[in-house]
Design a binder for this molecule. Structure first.
Ligand SMILES: O=C(O)C1=C[C@@H](OP(=O)(O)O)[C@@H](O)[C@H](O)C1
Ligand SMILES: C=C(OP(=O)(O)O)C(=O)O
Length: 441
């Protein structure tokens, strides 16, 4: 596609660079090394920061979200340094949590939801802000919980949103809080991660109608237990973290299985095989659900040792799927669905309206722009088959909308993706990995 008239007719305002999505001209045959998990890296960083001695992260993700977390922890008085002997690893040196700093959350949910409870350990106030898109992501339940625990919280703009200041220290003893986590599991995870450091520990009781991303809460509980923290999760929707030390650890970060999704789905839509090494035999990452989902969409998935192979024939089939456990892979599954035979219904993902962008609106808009048929429902999307054509896919500063566009562009000629660099939120070199997948095939 050339010419500004054409671009404008596709809703492109010309301010962000465009990336011409490469097409797959033959079935794929590639092995893709996927970088470390965002969710595990940022949990390990927080736990290492609050631990009882120096710790190490092996193969952490180094992308915008984890670099923001590292930078924020440094601001709070924690050492996070490259290991000169093992390039790529991070050495974390804990210290008393110090306030008097400003934290840039970027657009990272894990930074804006995990760090306010950590900041409440400091005597001096900590100010939080982020990208324009971060200022509309829900924060209210975290702020209410911190107030209920005795912290002072001052919102500078709209109540329940960035920017705000948190002041805790001696006045925060821990105890019991109710949290409506129907908007994000991260509200619960953030409180639990710091819970052991409050003198009375912390009990969090979820009071909302739905609870998305349960595997991510289980990931939080598992990483806490691995660090020697006692967590009682025997009552559904209630978590009790006992006060006590968090053990310093040397941990290896699993590959990010949700970021493996676009690569694995490439084989489903273009045909051929994509392999991802380092696939864990057991995991708390919601991306662990991918093989089951992709099989239902017509692919064949084989785990041989630690290598997951996904083989497709380029003709995926639609499905009816509750994605509440794995909402972060919804944009990728929606791309496959837009190319599938038969209707797809995605359910249980109303909370995606508070992700990097309103993902339900963004997916409906972009599928429609590509000539597809998509409707929003109260808690998800309905996607019906239709022939897709060239368009400029907008990415809304959302890494997963950008990879959505890349996936469609593999099989639809002439697709361009606005601001592909936004993938650096969680993947350091998306286009390099994507091109290499095609070159090797
Ligand atoms: O705890 C985490 O690491 C995450 C939890 C989920 O958040 P929501 O529950 O807000 O979907 C997920 O979508 C996000 O990408 C990462
Ligand atoms: C929802 C996501 O990110 P965040 O951690 O910023 O919430 C995501 O990565 O899909």
């Amino acid at each position: 596609m050339t010419g500004t008239d054409t671009l404008a007719s596709h809703g492109y305002d010309g301010t962000l660079p465009l990336w011409s999505a490469p097409q797959a001209d033959r079935p794929l045959d590639a092995t893709v090394e996927v970088p470390g998990s965002k969710s595990l890296t940022n949990r390990y960083l927080v736990l290492a920061a609050l631990a009882d001695g120096p710790g190490r992260l092996r193969s952490p993700l180094r992308s915008r979200d984890s670099l923001l977390m590292a930078q924020a922890l440094r601001g709070l008085g924690i050492g996070v340094a490259d290991d000169p002997e093992r390039p790529g690893d991070w050495l974390v040196t804990p210290g008393p949590v110090r306030g008097g700093t400003d934290i840039d959350c970027g657009l990272a949910g894990t930074v804006m939801r995990f760090l306010p409870p950590v900041a409440a350990l400091a005597e001096e106030p900590v100010r939080f802000d982020g990208d324009p898109g971060a200022r509309v992501r829900p924060m209210g339940p975290v702020l209410t919980a911190l107030r209920d625990l005795g912290a002072e919280v001052v919102e500078e703009g709209e109540p329940g949103f960035l920017p705000f200041r948190v002041r805790g220290g001696e006045r925060v003893r821990g105890g019991e809080v109710e949290v409506d986590a129907s908007g994000s599991s991260q509200f619960v995870s953030g409180l639990l991660l710091a819970g052991a450091r409050f003198p009375a520990g912390l009990t969090v009781r979820h009071v909302g109608a739905t609870l998305p991303s349960l595997p991510h809460i289980e990931m939080t509980v598992a990483t806490l237990r691995d660090a020697g923290v006692e967590v009682d999760d025997s009552r559904p929707g209630t978590w009790r973290v006992s006060p006590g030390p968090i053990a310093a650890r040397d941990v290896r970060v699993e590959p990010d299985l949700s970021n493996a999704a676009p690569f694995l789905c490439a084989a489903v839509v273009a045909g051929g095989t994509v392999r991802v090494p380092g696939w864990p035999a057991r995991t708390t990452q919601p991306g662990g659900l991918l093989p089951g989902i992709l099989e239902r969409m017509g692919a064949t998935c084989v785990l041989d040792g630690d290598v997951l192979s996904v083989t497709g024939n380029g003709r995926p089939v639609g499905l009816d799927l509750d994605l509440s456990a794995a909402g972060e892979i919804a944009p990728t599954i929606a791309a496959v669905a837009a190319l599938a035979e038969g209707r797809t219904v995605l359910r249980g993902i109303a909370h995606l309206r508070g992700h990097e962008t309103d993902r339900l609106a963004a997916l409906r808009t972009e599928i429609t722009r590509l000539g597809g048929r998509a409707q929003e429902t109260a808690d998800g999307l309905i996607i019906d088959p239709a022939p897709l054509y060239a368009a400029v896919v907008r990415s809304y500063a959302d890494h997963r909308m950008a990879t959505f566009g890349a996936l469609i562009g593999l099989v639809v000629p002439g697709v361009q993706v606005e601001d592909i660099a936004t993938t650096s939120k969680t993947i350091p070199d998306f286009t390099g990995l994507w091109d290499a997948m095609l070159v090797r095939s």
